[in-house]
Design a protein around this ligand. Structure first.
Ligand code: ARG
Length: 409
């Protein structure tokens, strides 16, 4: 039932490889037509059939598959597309998570809450529902994996798009001396929204960017995320009071918002989803990476380490303390987070369960192994199946460019 997904593979290759579209090679944009013309958004019958068969195989109570298949095929032949039942949508979204080879947190894939908002397609309503998503996903610190699914692409009528990579991300302001205040990853995105009239936030390293949303082929609109919908945690260290002086914080909810949810030949370009954080995503990558907040040296210096020689392992030591601070602070604030040791064990439990259920569990070693202490976690010591299965969350190259603020001249 499960097949390789060629279109996704090609999309990913062009993201990873050198064939990224060069922004300036897009046709020049005018005020009337700022985006590439819509593709034909007809549903692929083969993909539809494969999904409907998968749904019925895993949901025997849904009744005979042949009846539903006839219905879907006749809808496609008449309209070029078809409409998922709400059960199909919920199942499809959960299985897209189950199939996400890069995600270590899939043990709870069945628990994802699916907010069916397929009737929503104006930019204003999408923005509103994104804020509703954030509020519902975070119930007094207990984070619930949640997805909100907006209108799909239909023939001649593309669905809405959220440009931001995540619903909550921090601005990066390029300073006169070339340094960056905030998150360097979003310098271009920040400049883009400023050109479009965003006044900027308070001028801290953690100013939440506005949501940028376009409906169909319309021009994008910007929306501030209300402060009370953004739960954040101030970072302190359990043993080093000076750590608080860095004034660091991070948002509680990682909600990816620019990946397309593909189910049975239908694309839902706006389908933001969240889980909870694993500490290393913040402590090792967001705060530690040299091209992000780049804090290892500052932390090492405060720890009194000799940063003059790599062999003192000052980077490694600073990484550990940063990550201790992240886990401690989230825990103390009552916000869901997990550590990479626990999450690694859970992942292997997930792989085992999937195998017992007779399914392949696709996994990408390079993403599954945590960015610190790899070999101290059990996920390091084995290989995984690398199949690309559908339904899936897919990264379209243009969406990647939009998310980094690079699509507009
Ligand atoms: N690594 C990304 C970040 O730091 C989030 C990716 C999704 N993570 C998750 N735990 N669901 O913002």
């Amino acid at each position: 039932m499960l097949t390789w997904r060629r279109s996704q593979r090609q999309a990913l290759e062009s993201v990873d490889g050198a064939q990224l579209p060069v922004i300036n090679s897009y046709p020049p944009r005018t005020a009337q037509a700022p985006f590439p013309p819509p593709r034909e958004f007809a549903a692929d019958e083969g993909a539809a059939e494969e999904f409907i068969r998968l749904f019925h195989a895993e949901n025997p109570s849904a009744g005979p598959v042949e009846h539903r298949l006839r219905e879907v095929m006749s809808e496609i032949s008449m309209t070029g597309t078809y409409t998922h039942t709400s059960e199909e949508l919920t199942f499809g979204a959960r299985v897209a998570w189950r199939n996400s080879a890069r995600c270590i947190g899939r043990l709870y894939w069945r628990s994802m809450r699916v907010r069916d908002r397929r009737h929503v397609e104006t930019a204003e309503q999408v923005a509103d529902e994104c804020v509703g998503h954030l509020r519902e996903a975070e119930q007094s610190g207990r984070i619930r994996p949640t997805i909100t699914v907006f209108a799909p692409d239909r023939p001649g009528r593309p669905g809405p798009k959220i440009w931001n990579e995540q619903l909550i991300r921090y601005a990066g302001y390029r300073e006169a001396d070339g340094s960056v205040l905030g998150d360097p990853r979003y310098v271009d995105f920040t400049e883009m929204v400023r050109r479009w009239g965003w006044r900027g936030g308070a001028g801290t390293p953690f100013d939440v960017l506005p949501l940028v949303i376009s409906a169909g082929q319309g021009t994008p609109k910007m929306f501030e995320v209300p402060e009370d919908a953004v739960v954040e945690v101030d970072l302190v260290h359990p043993s080093y009071p000076w750590f608080a002086e860095f004034g660091l914080r991070w948002h509680a909810i990682p909600a990816i918002s620019n990946m397309c949810l593909e189910i049975g030949g239908i694309c839902y370009p706006a389908a933001p989803f969240n889980g909870w954080y694993m500490g290393t995503e913040i402590g090792a990558r967001n705060l530690g990476d040299a091209d992000r907040y780049n804090l290892l040296e500052a932390v090492a210096v405060r720890l009194g380490l000799d940063t003059g020689h790599e062999r003192t392992l000052w980077r490694d030591h600073a990484l550990v303390e940063l990550n201790v601070a992240v886990l401690h602070s989230f825990e103390a604030a009552g916000v869901t987070i997990s550590d990479h040791h626990t999450e690694s064990r859970r992942f292997l439990q997930h792989v085992e369960r999937e195998e017992k259920a007779g399914r392949v569990c696709p996994a990408d070693w390079t993403w599954i192994v945590p960015p610190m202490s790899g070999s101290a976690t059990p996920v390091f010591h084995r290989y995984y199946d690398e199949a690309e299965l559908s339904p899936a969350f897919v990264q379209h190259p243009e969406a990647v460019e939009r998310g980094l603020g690079r699509l507009v001249n």
